[in-house]
Ligand binder design. Structure first.
Ligand SMILES: [Zn+2]
Length: 134
């Protein structure tokens, strides 16, 4: 079974993010958490600089726009949880994001519309599908 290799799930709330997530590069997954804490991943992503800020931005994008998540996720299953892990640097975060993206079915299964983009200056192709950066 595919594993995100991340901590969580945690409730997708401002205070939880501020108290839990560090300000390093890292990876995250957004998804739904059922009452028995089962996490279903819907989106994978990363931050090249400050994961806490990136997650707060993601939260802000969704907050006050229930229509957005309802449209994307079929109404019943609102995104309400996240998992995360910190990375050594942006390149390591990119590499992990690629692994997460492919392990969880890519753009056909996830809400991610396209393959992860490498951070500036990184030209190493994705080790899973050889997609080039840029
Ligand atoms: Zn790939």
């Amino acid at each position: 079974m595919a594993s995100l290799d991340m901590d969580g799930p945690f409730a997708l709330e401002r205070k939880v993010i501020q108290n839990t997530v560090g300000d390093n590069p890292g990876n995250f997954a957004l998804g739904t958490m059922s009452e028995n804490k089962r996490f279903a991943v819907r989106i994978v992503g990363r931050s090249d600089g400050n994961l806490q800020q990136t997650l707060l931005q993601e939260l802000k994008r969704g907050t006050g726009q229930p229509g957005f998540f309802a449209r994307v996720f079929g109404g019943k299953k609102r995104i309400n949880a996240f998992k995360f892990s910190l990375a050594r640097d942006a390149e390591a975060a990119y590499s992990k994001e690629c692994r997460n993206f492919h392990n969880f079915g890519g753009a056909s299964k996830l809400a991610n519309k396209e393959h992860p983009k490498p951070p500036p200056g990184v030209t190493t192709p994705c080790e899973h599908c050889k997609t080039k950066g840029g």
